[in-house]
Design a protein around this ligand. Structure first.
Ligand code: SAH
Ligand code: F3S
Length: 452
């Protein structure tokens, strides 16, 4: 049977989509190639959020096409995901060696289309249509990846799309309208994962706090998302629940309060803020103010004082004045994020912000990026340093990526901890004493249990 290699760009949703496509292909008899060398089919699962991500995938495809034309003309080349969705047929017009373009609602058709192409029934396929029910097609998992290690953590896609239409963002166009899976469907997928040894589940979506808005009625003041958290929390054998990404406007009191009574819900949240300036938040169409954001953080920390909080921030949005940027700096100082992913604004096709008159120069974006990064790193280093001397619980995920002689796990607050351990710790919840903080990594030793 043919072998497939999938290279993934972008966010965790893309990683998850690639995993599902890989699992569906394996179920059809395909094998997974460990690298592109020797693979019969090479698929690039693409990201459109910034221009750089698109250019990377296009550059990669150009190189692949040139090499395959010379040495292995029968290899099938394809684009999937967000850029496939937004550019469609154009991609084949520009890169005629590409055989397949699969949009974000058609991942589950990949195997059929590949069969057609490999059997010579079709030369090229472009499918970027909408498909009702496609949100429920991201379901299969490949636990254990390419290694013999058992998977301790898994990602579960709970919804597709986004209706927020932030003025800078291409996601609502590439991923479509918000569509949620049902609670029983999600819970049954989670149960299967736990039965296969998974201990921690991360619920995924572009705007998970809007989960079930249209289909799950509010019950006893609880949103569909909180009802879903409760249902997943019931699963016996599951130790931890995470989710990404929420939207600040989704942090109603029902969600804040859920942290107080659902112990499996870990004290960690990635809450994109984008800017600290009310003026810009409004133009970005974010739907909250700086004050509202600060009050959410405050409420969360009141329920869970050690809450690990990370965020996304855009610098150089059109018309961002120095005073707006300083509001962002002061918000970062006020919140003290555990980490912040900083993005230089990148104009995206057909989004309102791309048409705004006051586009800023590359130099201003670079300069603000550097200033904010320095502040974020200083604060993060302090927050990591706080852990030294403390005992914390980690879930051991496997070998340390940088040093396979050591093991790694994550704290509930989502910090990586590297320690001297062995395979017997794999998949365990254990306590470690932190003795050193490095750059976004903690180092520790298994805590000695005091038996008296
Ligand atoms: N809700 C989504 C957001 C996807 S985009 C999620 O799951 O995180 C991820 C981040 O990219 C956004 O939070 C934003 O900070 C950044 N981003 C989005 N569009 C951008 C653009 N046009 N230029 C620069 N950064 C952008
Ligand atoms: Fe994009 Fe805003 Fe939705 S950042 S994914 S439009 S919440």
């Amino acid at each position: 049977m043919p072998s497939v290699y999938i290279k993934t760009y972008g966010c965790q949703m893309n990683e998850r989509d690639s995993e599902t496509v890989a699992a569906q292909l394996v179920a059809k008899g395909y094998t997974l190639a460990p690298s592109e060398a020797g693979a019969d089919v090479i698929l690039l699962n693409t990201c459109s959020v910034r221009d750089a991500a698109e250019q990377k995938a296009i550059g990669k495809m150009q190189n692949l096409a040139a090499e395959m034309r010379k040495n292995r003309p029968d290899v099938v080349l394809g684009f999937m995901g967000c850029m496939a969705q937004s550019r469609g047929q154009q991609l084949i017009d520009k890169l005629p060696d590409v055989d397949l373009v699969i949009g974000t609602q058609k991942f589950h058709r990949t195997a059929d289309y590949l069969d057609d192409i490999l059997a010579g029934r079709q030369a090229k396929v472009v499918d970027i249509g909408e498909e009702q029910g496609s949100e429920a097609t991201i379901r299969e998992h490949i636990l254990n990846g390419n290694t013999a290690e058992k998977s301790v953590t898994a990602f579960v896609s709970i919804m597709q799309g986004c209706n927020q239409y932030c003025t800078f963002c291409i996601v609502p166009y590439t991923r479509g309208e918000e569509r949620s899976r049902t609670i029983p469907d999600i819970v049954s997928e989670c149960r299967e994962l736990v039965a296969r040894g998974v201990k921690e589940i991360t619920l995924l979506g572009q705007i998970v706090t809007s989960y079930g808005k249209r289909d799950v009625p509010i019950k006893e003041g609880k949103s569909g998302f909180v009802q879903l958290l409760e249902a997943v929390h019931e699963i016996e054998g599951l130790d931890r629940i995470r989710f990404t990404s929420p939207h600040p406007k989704g942090y109603g009191d029902d969600l804040v309060e859920a942290y107080g009574r659902l112990p499996k819900l870990v004290e960690s949240a990635h809450i994109p803020v984008q800017s600290g300036s009310d003026r810009l938040l409004k133009i970005m169409h974010r739907g909250y103010t700086r004050e509202r954001f600060l009050s959410i953080i405050d409420k969360l920390r009141r329920v869970r004082p050690r809450m690990g909080i990370t965020t996304d921030i855009i610098v150089g949005f059109p018309g961002e004045a120095e005073a707006d940027f300083e509001e962002t700096l002061s918000l970062a100082r006020a919140v003290e994020f555990d980490n912040a992913y900083i993005f230089k604004y990148s104009p995206r096709k057909d989004t309102p912000a791309a048409e705004m008159p006051e586009q800023l120069s590359k130099e201003i974006k670079e300069e603000r990026n550097a200033r904010l990064l320095q502040l974020v790193n200083e604060i993060a280093a302090r927050r990591y340093e706080h852990y030294v001397g403390e005992q914390v619980q980690i879930l051991v995920e496997g070998e340390s990526r940088k040093n396979s002689a050591r093991m790694m796990g994550r704290t509930r607050t989502n910090k990586i901890v590297v320690f001297d351990g062995s395979e017997r710790h794999h998949g365990q919840l254990m306590d470690v004493k932190i003795n050193r903080a490095g750059s976004f990594t903690l180092y520790g030793d298994p805590a000695i249990v005091n038996l008296d």
